[in-house]
Design a protein around this ligand. Structure first.
Ligand code: MSP
Length: 526
């Protein structure tokens, strides 16, 4: 079976990462881990977008060369992924020579088949957004709004890609492939955009006089490639596309990996980049409809309803949150407090609540008290006996129902619903402790068999939870399994989650708080 090839957007390296970047990479990492645990071979690619005017300007400001500057900022991204346990297989940095060679080879290919042409264009240009503006961008007052910053009149020769040749193909493709974009409702925005941009081609260059920090066009030395042909191409260049022609060694086998089953991106870069430019680029290069990748569009994390931005000073640093709430605590919050595809509001109160109440108070406490009781009353040794009753049966039923519900949600990108499906076991098991009262049973020798069964049921429920929540909290769940004294067998998949994972006589490990409670003063991340 073909590997599950999953990618993320590559982040601009003009500033360090914030929680929006962290969310996307954790989301992709959770899906990659989920697929691996589901038995699929996975290739997970993420990286950084290092070229462009913004970087060139930021580097100038910092008194560094662009390469020095991006190398510095890239370290912040690498360190964060390490800290958050984002486990990728390929790292896409666009200043990598292997990538540059593929971008040039691809541009040459398009040039050779007449898909690129040069023309002079005069018009209004937004310095801030680095693009030419049309009347469409004017506000109701006829002016270009504040978002465009300084707008100047500019005449310039550039290279263009014949995007408009392929628009009809794209419309039909989108209409006949509802799975192309997830969530499906986002496709209508793409079709609307195609209606209003008919006949417009894509400018793909900047004169070297204005921008040096980019990949030179192989057929015209006065220009560098600009933005999307460089950035989007990472999905194929780092997957081994044209590796032989370009002399790129050590790359994955492109014919095995492609197409990607998930380009995980934020809603802001769906139209036009990922849903228009990208499929059209691939189509123009000769990719078939079956080779067009699937796009998974996530929403945005806002802060008190507003966009995070340096100028308003509301940018949330994921490093601070991971230090306060543990990396897994942050991963959990980012996955449970947003529905994939929709926006969410970051809040200190909610992340504190999710850590203290759900992780420490719910999950951590369940592990702690279950294993502690088993150690106290049975020296941590489990016994499977003949005793059974309705309470046991009900817990077994909850455990049995959790896995299929979880798989269904996770396969459909409903990570928060997948967590909720697994959490039903946590809630039920905690209620099971409260109602069966093992501490009372332990006082009555006549209840010994029942106590054995209660302790066994709890341990078995914990084992299931430690597998289901593993993609979201890999470190904590590995620690949980160490406490259970059970390791994931080689090749174990979710399909192997059946009642009876722990044999009679199994020795549990030592309980250590999985999510230590935070001191009051540490609760808020600054
Ligand atoms: N470099 C381009 C992407 C090129 S992909 C071939 C870019 N970079 S970015 O750094 O601005 O954004 C990277 C990703 O982070 C995008 O998918 C974007 O949607 C996502 N996010 C940026 N801010 C975000 C939030 N506040 N919330 C969630 N995700 C957000 O665009």
């Amino acid at each position: 079976m073909k590997p599950f090839y999953i990618t993320t957007a590559i982040d601009y390296t003009n500033a360090p990462p914030h929680i929006g970047h962290a969310y996307e990479k954790v989301l992709a990492d959770v899906m990659a881990r989920f697929q691996r645990q589901n038995g699929r071979e996975v290739y997970f690619l993420t990286g950084v977008d290092q070229h462009g005017q913004k970087v060139q300007k930021s580097a100038e400001k910092a008194g560094q060369t662009p390469q020095e500057f991006v190398d510095g900022v890239t370290q912040h991204f690498l360190a964060l992924w390490e800290k958050l346990n984002v486990r990728y297989d390929g790292w896409a940095a666009t200043t990598d020579d292997k990538h540059k060679r593929v971008v040039q080879a691809m541009l040459q290919k398009l040039h050779d088949c007449g898909q690129l042409y040069k023309k002079s264009y005069a018009g209004f240009y937004s310095v801030r957004q680095e693009q030419f503006l049309t009347d469409k961008e004017r506000g109701p007052d006829g002016q270009f709004g504040e978002e465009w910053g300084e707008v100047v009149e500019l005449q310039e020769e550039n290279w263009y890609f014949r995007l408009s040749d392929h628009v009809e193909w794209l419309k039909t493709f989108i209409q006949t492939h509802p799975e192309f974009i997830f969530p499906e409702h986002r496709a209508s925005a793409v079709l609307n955009a195609l209606e209003t941009s008919a006949g417009i081609d894509l400018c793909i260059s900047r004169p070297k006089a204005r921008l040096t920090w980019g990949i030179p066009l192989p057929f015209d030395e006065n220009f560098v490639n600009f933005v999307w042909f460089d950035a989007l191409t990472n999905y194929i260049s780092f997957a081994g596309y044209m590796a032989d022609e370009c002399g790129n060694t050590g790359m994955p086998d492109f014919s095995r990996l492609w197409p990607s089953e998930a380009h995980v991106i934020g809603k802001d870069i769906l139209v036009p980049a990922h849903a228009v430019y990208w499929p059209i680029m691939l189509h123009a290069l000769g990719f078939t409809d079956e080779q067009i990748p699937r796009i998974i569009v996530h929403g945005w994390w806002n802060v008190k309803g507003s966009k995070m931005s340096k100028s308003t000073g509301n940018v949330i640093d994921p490093n601070v949150l991971a230090d306060t709430f543990t990396p897994d605590g942050l991963r959990y919050y980012l996955m449970r407090d947003i529905a994939t595809g929709y926006d969410a509001d970051f809040s200190d109160e909610r992340i504190s609540m999710s850590y203290n109440k759900e992780l420490a108070g719910g999950l951590g406490n369940l592990f702690n008290r279950s294993i502690s009781m088993a150690r106290k009353y049975r020296e941590g040794v489990l016994t499977v006996g003949d005793y059974d009753d309705d309470e046991n049966k009900a817990l077994r039923q909850t455990v049995a129902e959790a896995t299929p519900a979880y798989l269904d949600k996770m396969n459909g990108w409903g990570i928060h619903d997948g967590i909720a499906a697994a959490w039903k076991i946590v809630t039920h098991a905690n209620a099971f402790v409260d109602s069966t009262k093992p501490f009372s049973l332990a006082k009555d020798p006549a209840q010994a068999a029942r106590l054995d069964s209660v302790l066994y049921h709890l341990a078995e429920a914990l084992t299931h939870v430690s597998v289901l929540l593993d993609p979201v909290m890999p470190t904590a769940m590995a620690a949980a399994r160490a406490q259970i004294g059970w390791e994931l067998p080689q090749g174990f998949t979710f399909g192997d989650l059946k009642w009876g994972l722990l044999p009679s006589g199994h020795q549990l490990g030592t309980p250590v708080p999985l999510f230590p409670r935070l001191e009051e003063k540490e609760k808020t991340a600054g």
